[in-house]
Design a protein around this ligand. Structure first.
Ligand SMILES: NC(=O)N[C@@H](CC(=O)O)C(=O)O
Ligand SMILES: [Zn+2]
Length: 427
């Protein structure tokens, strides 16, 4: 099995080259590779820019337990359509991924039914209850690449401290969902004048800021790596920037949707825009963009959180939090960061491919001879309208339905094979 990509452009380079892939390895990168074409799939890739396969360190695949929302099969198809060759799945499943049996089950299913590489993230505490720490060493041996109680915050600082001490020994990051639910409970959107006007209850920025500050201090106390999930506020960005300047082991992610949208999107009361953390103000959004540009925010992660249409097509106050992001991530991030002139495509690749792998020690993220063939091919010029009906994800809960974007994922090569080609999922 071999693939030859003809006359393509590696992101950040201005010459056209051919890329030869044999089995699951990039074997040659050269101008005009001449080779006996038997058994080789030759692709005219002259319209495409090639990225190292995107890696999403924060998705909810919902399996086991919530297969009506998403399955490993549907979620990884959605990932492939979005250009992701790797996804890291959060443990808020049922049963919770807090024991090695579930981690092994997820890995087995991913191997047999998944179309991209899946790296499970295990829970920090049993059933994500914030009390009893899981068997973190065993979970790491089973294949967990990180730990998180995502959806919940460990409110007991002593429990978080102890977990960080274990994580340091195991050399894995703890991924912190920063939300003091004592402040946020009952809220549906960002707290402020708009929430008041719409008659919706608010979630103040401090809900997040307080825990970001605490976890930075616990990282300092334990000399351990804390990764802050889905940063949404200006103050969080400032705290993380200062922590990095102080030499602490803090990394952070932002979602594509928080980079492009603000609370104003809630004016139509669409439950598909109800997400946690909530969309904030333009001032916060500008701070997030600045944080990405100056390196305070290391990477982009979708927080892909599918729900069924039945769950979402209710009044906003009754709808669950979360939106799908895999299939729009590249286009949305490109619009927010590249079309606006803030980043180059090459810098975007760092945020989508290289840094998330570095944080979780997942190999790859580079296009070089001898490296694994995980590649994402995009047409940076294609204009299109988002149609959630076409999503591979079972979740159609996106705020971007009908949005026009320029730049679209056209092909995804996972372990040396096309999983998506010409914009279509391969059978
Ligand atoms: N982001 C969300 O709004 N929801 C996530 C949980 C989470 O990441 O907090 C979910 O699992 O539905
Ligand atoms: Zn979360």
């Amino acid at each position: 099995m071999a693939i030859l990509l003809k006359n393509t452009q590696i992101v950040g380079e201005d010459r056209q080259v051919d890329i030869l892939i044999k089995d699951d390895i990039i074997t040659k990168i050269e101008k005009n590779i001449s080779i006996d074409s038997t058994g080789i799939e030759i692709i005219d890739a002259s319209e495409y820019t090639v990225f190292p396969g995107f890696c999403d360190m924060h998705v909810h695949l919902r399996e086991p337990g919530y297969e009506a929302k998403e399955t490993i099969a549907s979620g990884t198809k959605s990932a492939a359509m979005g250009g992701f060759t790797e996804v890291c799945c959060m443990p808020n499943t049922y049963p919770c991924a807090d024991n090695s049996g579930i981690i092994q089950q997820i890995k087995y299913k991913a191997h047999t039914e998944g179309v991209v590489n899946v790296h499970p993230i295990a829970a920090i505490t049993k059933e994500r209850q914030g009390k009893e720490i899981t068997e973190m060493d065993e979970l790491t041996l089973s294949g967990a690449v990180g730990f998180s109680d995502d959806g919940n915050t460990i409110m007991d600082a002593k429990v978080m401290r102890t977990a960080l001490e274990y994580a340091k020994m195991l050399d894995v990051p703890l991924i912190s969902h920063c939300e003091d639910k004592n402040l946020s409970n009952g809220g549906d959107m960002n707290e402020g004048a708009l929430a008041m006007m719409l008659g919706l209850s608010g979630i103040p920025n401090q809900t997040e800021d307080i825990i970001v500050a605490r976890d930075i201090m616990l990282s300092k106390l334990t000399d351990s790596h804390v990764h802050i999930a889905h940063v949404s506020t200006e103050e969080s960005v400032n705290l993380i920037r200062q922590a990095k300047a102080d030499g602490l082991q803090i990394t952070a992610e932002v979602t594509p949707h928080h980079l492009l949208l603000t609370e104003d999107i809630l004016e139509n009361f669409d439950p598909n825009s109800k997400v946690n953390p909530p969309f904030r103000t333009e001032q916060d959004r500008q701070a997030l963009l600045k944080g990405v540009v100056d390196g305070t925010i290391d990477c982009i992660a979708t927080d892909h959180a599918p729900h069924t249409p039945d769950e979402k097509n209710v009044e906003l106050t009754n709808a669950p939090f979360g939106l799908v992001g895999l299939e729009t991530a590249f286009s949305v991030s490109k619009k927010a960061l590249v079309d606006s002139g803030l980043l180059t495509l090459k810098e975007l690749a760092t945020k989508l491919s290289y840094n998330p792998r570095k944080i979780l020690k997942i190999p790859g993220g580079e296009i070089k001879e001898g490296k694994p063939a995980q590649l994402t091919l995009v047409d940076p010029k294609e204009k299109y309208l988002v149609d959630s009906k076409e999503f591979q994800s079972l979740g159609k809960n996106t705020p971007f339905d009908g949005f026009e974007f320029t730049g679209r994922v056209k092909a995804t090569i996972v372990n040396g094979k096309f999983v998506v080609k010409d914009g279509k999922l391969q059978k």
